[in-house]
Design a binder for this molecule. Structure first.
Ligand code: NAP
Length: 291
């Protein structure tokens, strides 16, 4: 799909790059010639991912344990990376989430998500920006959000609020840093099977089926699809795209936006009955008009 040197020598940090979507993006970026940095809290997971990624792609991958909830730890990580040279790309991918009834949630539960997603994503973006802007270094930031930034979402309120904050950061900094050659975009994925997604958001077969029924394309996303989209957005060739939040979800979020999306559940027989009922009503109206 792409030239194999599309991201050649670009230095890109992916937060949460040791697992799931982050790891899939790291693999694709490496295949396209980038030098990739991955971070997360668990050093063992990162080490294993880095070994797997470099042996699969032959690319150069570095890992750093860092808790992005801690602003100083973030700054130290970015400083360490900058010693090798400035980053050209950042992917704000690290997150946490769980489903819960909001009225029963503790302040700690709220903070557990908001501290990673809302605060952490800002710390990392700002730590890069404060080095990029004075140096006049061009760069691209992609943040992984969700379609809840447009619709909100019941039962995942801390995540919905925090992701909406990242979307606001994306649009705000696209304007503030655009003149410096730094662009920011966000990707809103639908369901992509990863350990994080399955364990915390679709933990039972009933919930998994309900999720699948909500996707017009009747399938979950495949990791390479998401990784290709991120590589496309990261490339200089599309550098006029700035400040956008783009969904890759098989049309899932639009299905909840219109009033009739749940009619997808009807069978062909249901539609035959509906058609007959409409025709009967029309015929009755017509005969009344004739009288
Ligand atoms: P995942 O495998 O659980 O990935 C989350 C990553 O974030 C992990 O590598 C985790 O590593 C890291 N992380 C969490 N807290 C951190 C912290 N405080 N500091 C540094 N790293 C931290 O889940 P995923 O499904 O790949 O999700 C990746 C992104 O896609 C998230 O932003 C998620 O909201 C978004 N997303 C996913 C889906 C989906 O269907 N999979 C759909 C919509 C949006 P450690 O635990 O080692 O820190």
């Amino acid at each position: 799909m792409f030239r194999t040197d599309l991201l050649k020598d670009k230095r890109i940090l992916i937060t949460g790059g040791g697992t799931g979507l982050g790891k899939a993006m790291a693999k694709r970026f490496l295949e396209l010639g980038a030098v990739v940095y991955i971070c997360g809290r668990r050093e063992g997971v990162l080490r294993e991912a880095a070994m797997e990624l470099s042996s699969a792609t032959g690319g150069q991958v570095h890992f750093m344990a860092c808790d992005i909830r801690v602003a100083q730890a973030v700054d130290e990580m970015i400083e360490t990376i900058w010693r090798d040279g400035p980053l050209d790309g950042l992917v704000n991918n690290a997150a946490g989430n769980f489903i819960a009834q909001t009225e029963k949630m503790s302040p700690r539960g709220f903070d557990a998500i908001a501290n990673i997603v809302f605060h952490g994503s800002f710390y990392v973006t700002q730590a890069c920006g404060k080095r990029w802007v004075p140096a006049g270094h061009k760069a691209s930031v992609i943040s992984i959000v969700t379609s809840w930034v447009w619709t909100g979402s019941a039962f995942v309120v801390p995540s919905a609020m925090s992701k909406a904050g990242i979307a606001a950061m994306t649009q705000s900094l696209a304007v503030e840093w655009g003149p410096k050659g730094i662009r920011l975009n966000a990707i809103a994925p639908g369901p992509f099977p990863t350990e994080g997604m399955t364990k915390r958001l679709a933990p039972t077969p009933a919930l998994e089926k309900r999720m699948m029924d909500s996707i017009p394309m009747r399938r979950v996303g495949e990791l390479p699809e998401l990784a290709n989209f991120a590589a496309f957005l990261m490339a200089d060739e599309v550098s006029y795209i700035n400040g956008e939040v783009i969904a890759i979800d098989g049309g899932q979020w639009l299905n909840s936006a219109g009033g009739f999306g749940n009619l997808l559940e009807l069978s062909d027989n249901d539609w035959v009955e509906i058609r007959a009922a409409i025709e009967a009503t029309n015929a009755k109206d017509k005969s009344q008009r004739t009288v």
